[in-house]
Design a protein around this ligand. Sequence first.
Ligand code: GLU
Length: 398
Amino acid sequence: MAELSRKAMAVKPSSTLAITAKAKELKAQGIDVVAFVAGEPDFDTPENIKDAAKAAMDAGFTKYTPAAGILELRAAISKKFADFNKLEYKPEQIVVSNGGKHSLINAITAIANPGDEFIIPAPYWLSYPEMVKLADGVPVSVLTKKENGYKVTVDELESVYTDKTKAIILNTPCNPTGSIYTEEELRAIADFVVKKDIFIISDEMYEYLVYGGHKHVSIASFNDEIYKRTITCSGLSKSYAMTGWRIGYAAAPIEIAKLMSSVQSHQASNPNSIAQKAALEAVTGPQERLAEMVCEFEKRSSYLYEAIGKLPYIDCVKPDGAFYAFVDCSEIIGKKHNGEEITSSADIGRILIEEYKVAVIPCDDFGIKNHIRLSYAIAMEQIKKGIERIRTFLEALV
Ligand code: GLU
């Protein structure tokens, strides 16, 4: 057989999705697994959103749409940017895509030339480096510090900056750490981006999921200089419990938006027409359900954080946003479980699922060793059960 694509072969399949699929498979076999896996809300998509999709189908809204998405939806997102993010993006600066991942890939593809370096603060969501590689860019990670909430500083950015640096990929609120960048921290990063004349891809997928009085700030909102170097990405999956609908969006200066739309027109034609109508209802319809879900996530976040604090050997930084607890397991490394020495987070993940029926995400692919991620987008009673199982595991260590 002729050689297959080296680029495709260099990409690691998404382990979050693989572990999630494994947990779902075990559940389908009737096994009682607690699945702290993908960031996927356990709530159903709100009824008004589903009704909008049904109405779209009944009205025959089942054909191609403009590549960047229907104007009504882009206009609604433009208004949301103005109201919530204090950002002025005209509808023609917005590209709606098939999920947040697709928006990020479009953003990277629109600015990357072969060999361009993308700085990715670690721990990071595991898809960023693979997306950069697919666009012929070079991912450059820089490890952040736990005592700084795993948030990157300008000194850390400076330490990996080279004349090949094209962009920074920043995620606030952050997957996997739950950290939120303050306005002051973002202003310092914005000054760095402007001074170096590079781009920033600001992944704000979890923008509504903030707790404890924290505030989400969009980096592009500070001034014209940072605005013209920013691609702001977000989506509907997490906030509106719409993971399967696949609707994300990116907003950028017009030249970049045109490139994203052009690339998308060949790759995917357009985002799903029915899902676009559902997204329009999500963005313009009643927001009470979103508020209720955020309130529930906040309760789970507090519970999980406190519960982890009472367990031996492990700890996590307080998750201020998103729906992940990022657990430091360094103290477990070198301990033995049933005679087996634990050497990595992958060992922890394997033992937890095989012997304790708890599925977690080992974070080696997130650019950091000895950590696991627990998603708390699952019901409270599941969280409680999962914590008890993790306690049993920890108490079995010697
Ligand atoms: N972004 C989610 C997560 O990190 C979904 C899974 C994935 O795409 O990696 O869990």
